[in-house]
Design a protein around this ligand. Sequence first.
Ligand SMILES: Nc1ncnc2c1ncn2[C@@H]1O[C@H](COP(=O)(O)OP(=O)(O)OP(=O)(O)O)[C@@H](O)[C@H]1O
Ligand SMILES: [Mg+2]
Length: 591
Amino acid sequence: MKKLRAKKGDNKEKTYNAFEIFRKSVKYCEGYRLIIVSCVICCAIAAAVGVVIPIVASRIILQITDGLMTQVLYSAFVVMLIHFADAAMRYMRERSLDKLKVGMLFGLQQALVREMLKMEAAEIDKMGTGKIIERLTSDIDKVASIYQDYAFWVAYVVTNAGVLFAVLVLSKEMFYLSLVIAVACFVVSRMRIKRLTNTRKILRASRDERTSMVTEIVRGFRDVKTLNAGEAIARGVGRKVRETSDQEYGIYATNRRFRFLELVVYNSSEFVYLAFGCFLFSQNLLTIPAFIIVYNYLDRIRDLFYGLTQIIDDNEQISISGNRIFEIIENNVYHKEHFGSTKADHLDGDIVFRDVKFSFGKKQIIKGLSLHIKANQKVAIVGKSGAGKTTIMSLLTRIYDADEGDILIDGIPIRELDRDSLRGNISVVTQQPYVFNYSVKDNLRLVKPDAKMSEMREACRLARIDDYIMSLPNKYNTILGEGGVILSGGQKQRIAIARALLMKAKIILFDEATSALDNKTQSEIQEAINNLKGDYTLVIVAHRLSTIIDSDKIFVIEDGALVDSGTHRELLERCSTYKSLYNKDEKEIST
Ligand SMILES: Nc1ncnc2c1ncn2[C@@H]1O[C@H](COP(=O)(O)OP(=O)(O)OP(=O)(O)O)[C@@H](O)[C@H]1O
Ligand SMILES: [Mg+2]
């Protein structure tokens, strides 16, 4: 039996370090090379300034104690100029980093949305909205923003390293002690970061779940209200929020404990530093001016490795967020759709299912389905709720891939067709069509970006929605709200039908396309569908059998398999499943 499932990603979990993430992310920002060069130059100048200022400041102290006021004024003027230079460098650095951030945010978001839309539907179902939203928002934001901190800390460490070098020139002994103090501060900070890394990973996963939950509530808030389930939902959210908050508290607690330890090391170092300085002075190994200068440097020495710790911390965060982004962009973990390379600008629309099997997880839904829909026929697929009708449509558009068997259009296996040939030739009107928060015009142009106004109006007239659109305040420019909130269910379906008609795909699938319509509108749309008869392959899934009795062929599906097929008359005579479906429908219409 032939296996049809599309080729998967290599499914290996690659993890990138912060440097690799930087190299990958920065490419999404246009002109990044120039930005980085200017940033490095600014940082280098800022570092040099950082070393010079304490030297001049110490000189000023000596000049004041010696009463050399003219020189004090001169030195103060030099300090002011140096500060101006520092401010200018800071300004340039920030400007470059802002450009880098905005460029990366935009580029990464675009890439992630594109790649996310290429993921198999089953993967998106499994993943849940939370994981996707968190990656698109906070993870990208983290990766793009963190380089501003990062550059600051790198400049800070470089400046402070320069200070350490200055201490070495002034006193070898003080230099060794400075190294010991800096390393002690670093060890304590490093311990803190190590503890935090694992907790942060768990926290991110937990935030994904929280976002999923909140998104679902916002999406379903109307049902929450009508079910009067607000309290129960609030309790559920409360539990999740509590879990995430507890983890966040854990991070704060770890931070607090280690910060305390850091402060102990940090503060006691001042005493050790001064005491050692006094000892060196008593041994004539340190002069007073040198003592003043090295004392002036103490803060920077202690912060030297604090800056390093911050860099390591930022690295960890870049690495966590960056890997969450690139595991989607680079297809390392999640399966993506793979299309063939056969191009077919024009298809006749002849569809064959040959012994097709498909399961959702372990549950087999389609159980060896074979059927033939001839080009330009109007056919119907009927069956009880849950029989697998929508799934058949999803297999034909490759929203899901069949596990076994063949699906062919015009004799070409659909897995061999490229994306445009397959999806550009099939248009679908689903049970719950999605209408975007764009204008009517833009919603229609999603399927045909260059559609003219006259074409759009014609499609809408056929779908019996033009009159309504023209009655809206901004007509075709009216924004439809999130999920098309300003439209009724029936109006949304009619917009979706107009979209399908505009696309002029050879195969049109109507999945319960008339379910949300009243009888009058339904018969109008029925008329529109019938207008297409003969030129398109029309596949209609309908509960109201009265709407499909004129079909060329009706396929009766039960529990994922074909029970019978034929015209309405033939099936009424010989197929008990069809008869009972039809009788039930008749009864519903008459009551
Ligand atoms: N994404 C999914 N994950 C798991 N199971 C699913 C999924 N979608 C559908 N199913 C299951 O597959 C079976 C067939 O569903 P399908 O939507 O194809 O039925 P249908 O014939 O279109 O029903 P209806 O007439 O109610 O629309 C059902 O048992 C359903 O629970
Ligand atoms: Mg269905």
